[in-house]
Design a protein around this ligand. Sequence first.
Ligand code: NDP
Ligand code: ZN
Length: 177
Amino acid sequence: MSELSVLLDAVLFAAERHKNQRRKDADASPYINHPIALAHLLATTGGVNDVVILQAAILHDTIEDTETTAEELRARFGADVTNIVLEVTDDKSLPKLRRKELQVEHAPHTSPSAALVKLADKTCNLRDIAAAPPADWPLTRRQEYFDWAKRVVDGLPAGNAELRATFDEAFAARPSR
Ligand code: NDP
Ligand code: ZN
């Protein structure tokens, strides 16, 4: 398969897996908008043209948020894509607050490819919280999410300067009301 074909295969697979899920904004946007936004940010601002990283961005929430297994991803998309997805997947058997602390602790040990996906994920989520936040989140919760995301991103190995600048721009919109 060509690189375009394998990328579109990831888009098709993720769209099917997330088809009944919605984001937490007031409009309950289709979930797939979010992985597409990540891959778009990486390819445009980030200048990333490694199809493995773009596939991983598209698939990054499939294990965490759908019934998808690592074995399924490995069989269809290969070990490299799957390993990146696994690196950005939380262990859902742990309590949520522990998972958030672990993201901070693990950040410095993230591989360069997974760090790009994680940076794009946090940037897209900050943009969402600024523009279309979860309907029931008070100011303090939105601010705490911004501060936690920055702790994670500050811990990541330095990589793509353009993407980091874009994260900083998103962070500058930290809500104040
Ligand atoms: P959650 O982890 O519950 O929700 C944030 C995640 O939701 C994002 O990381 C993103 O994940 C996804 N998401 C879906 N739609 C949106 C959207 N429109 N905008 C942004 N993100 C969206 O939130 P917290 O991290 O705040 O909470 C963690 C734990 O703390 C939970 O157990 C929560 O109940 C608890 N808690 C926290 C409070 C606080 O003030 N921080 C207050 C009360 C409880 P993805 O990239 O995977 O899509
Ligand atoms: Zn995500």
